[in-house]
Write a protein that binds this ligand. Sequence first.
Ligand code: NAD
Length: 293
Amino acid sequence: MEKRIKGSTKLLALFGSPVGHSGSPAMYNFSFRYHGLDYAYLAFDITKEQFPAAVDAVRLFQMRGFNVTMPDKNIAAELVDTLSPAARIIGAVNTVVNDDGHLTGYMTDGSGFVQNLKEHGVSVAGKKLVILGAGGAATAIQVECALQKAAAISIFNAPDPFLDRAKETAQKLKKEVPDCEVKVICLDEQDRLKEEIMTADILVNATRVGMKPDDQISPITDVSVFRPELVVADTVYEPLETKMMKDAKAAGCKKIIDGEGMLLWQGAVAYKLYTGLDMPVDAYQKYKNGQEA
Ligand code: NAD
């Protein structure tokens, strides 16, 4: 470490609260070392109130950029100079790049999801998706899939405050990406859910349902919707194989994609924005698995 950190080393950071559990410092620092880049990455516990001062510090310290985690993603979008198309539609950013004092905000959760699908040989272009959920992850996925030319997206959400957010997203997409047909339906309408999944190419769970400790629950209770050609993707990564994925596997679905890849690829997309290089994903995975063994 003391050999790598020099007077010229540029800093990158994760801002948010809490950040102590984050895997980002390990992932980015491994990749900087791998590519011989003169960068270092640290995590800072920053509250919403402290966020403007943190962004001032980014400019003052001429940091290369920063990632943003909850609860600061919306406030960060208000403090940067330019927003990517996805970040502008969503109104939130998780990655900010500093080019000589000009800050550009991006949302890489959705592009990480789409990239992970690509790594599994699945393109969203021209496809119909059913996406469960309308929170942070779901909205990022819905917007990115529409921007990546999905033909149709049916959003299902429980009758909670996120249902209104789904309606707002649908309104924005209608205006920004009119070629993508977006519907919003309450998750209570189980017959509509079945109908929509039956004509969909890709089913995505972007709700909290199925996460530990409630990992015995699936957002899909009628398993007759699973057919071999339906791609089933979960954003939940704890557990890695959710009940929904197990049910899909038992029903013969050929392509089932877990949430860990989205997590990894959203970081890889950010790494490319910071450095212009492809993150050494395989090398990092091997390193991480070796560490964990
Ligand atoms: P959020 O709080 O912003 O949204 C929560 C969503 O879950 C809402 O749509 C809400 O309606 C739904 N929900 C909660 N309880 C429900 C229930 N009992 N029944 C039906 N719906 C319910 O959360 P978020 O940050 O968007 O996270 C959502 C999921 O995405 C989580 O499982 C999280 O682990 C996952 N996630 C994954 C990644 C990744 O990189 N793989 C990144 C971010 C989030």
